[in-house]
Design a protein around this ligand. Sequence first.
Ligand SMILES: *Cc1c(COP(=O)(O)O)cnc(C)c1O
Length: 393
Amino acid sequence: MHNTLAPHIVNQLTANATHHLQRSRRIFEERLDSRALVDGKTLINFCSNDYLNIAGHTAVKKAFKRGADIHGLGSSGSALISGYSTSHAKLEEAFAAFLQRDRALLFNSGYHANLGVLTTFAHKHTTIIADKYCHASLNNGAQLSRAKFLRYRHNQYQHAEELLIKHQSRPLLLMTESVFSMQGSISNIPSLSQLATKYNAMLMVDDAHGIGILGKHGGGITEHFRLKQKDIHCLVTPLGKGIGSYGAIVSGDEQTIEALLQLAGTYRYCTALPPAICEATLAALAIIQTESWRRIKLNYLCEYFVKESLSRNIPLASHDSTPIKSVIIGSSERALAIQQTLIEKGLLVSCIRPPTVPARQACLRISLNCMHEEQQIVFLLDQLHELLSHDIQ
Ligand SMILES: *Cc1c(COP(=O)(O)O)cnc(C)c1O
């Protein structure tokens, strides 16, 4: 079947198939609050990163339509040529104010932002020191920058410090996620910030799963820890999760952001996002700030989930209060089988396998949403308890 492909590709595909690492897609025909119509079947949806259920909000849809009426579809060019509109400028200003940072720059996605930041600020003489569980986009950015790339054990800051000490003669860049996308654990950013100051490293934080969720007003990791701009040099805020939109904001001081505008290839060489997306994202940002019930309900569900998991001895990767709940299974084959059984019972959770997680650490990733109800969580945990009962003593 793959006889036109190079042998190393064929080998990789065969190995993936043998080790239950093949990927396939499901068709989401419709999303309805806590449920989704998937491949013709209505399932309780525990897979969505739209934690606050904003993507389908009436105000967001209206803003999107209004934006399309005014601007049409495409932006017509790179932001540096002809693609930068009033809508883009308004969105950057709104996020700079919301995050209390001097300036913000809108990238086309979190992936673009992470590649852009890392290839701008790291080079072959830099040492990048990162949490072992950082997202692929951060790791890919580090590789692309040609820096020396070292990783410390997950949330083990003493290990991070050992690496910083060892490499302190080189320019240093320390990077982490705020809320880990697969484990749901929260980084202690104040500790990392102190390390960054002590060893004169640049600190970059990816707040993909903190924005909208953490902090009284949904300001994310900086509001959660009451951090000042100087505590995090480069804050990356992808908009596809808690904001329910698309794109990513990078914020920091004037100099840092101007450097990105001047130098980041992923900023320069991409057509700017459609202006209508910016209009819709502005509406989403307003909802984050005004409809705090969404965050309050979600936080309640996060705590409820942990409590109910503990009483059933369900092993979670982290007990931190975030909407990402990960149950470590180990074998990819077994994780897939459990996922399939849950689907048959009307429950959709994601099955995360290597290389997204380390080898032999396949897990079921459950994401909570402010539209879930307690009884849906109880139903899921009861099913999981039964399926895992052989492991749980
Ligand atoms: C999803 C994600 C990204 C990528 O963001 P996109 O906008 O989807 O490209 C980057 N970092 C983390 C931690 C993520 O979870």
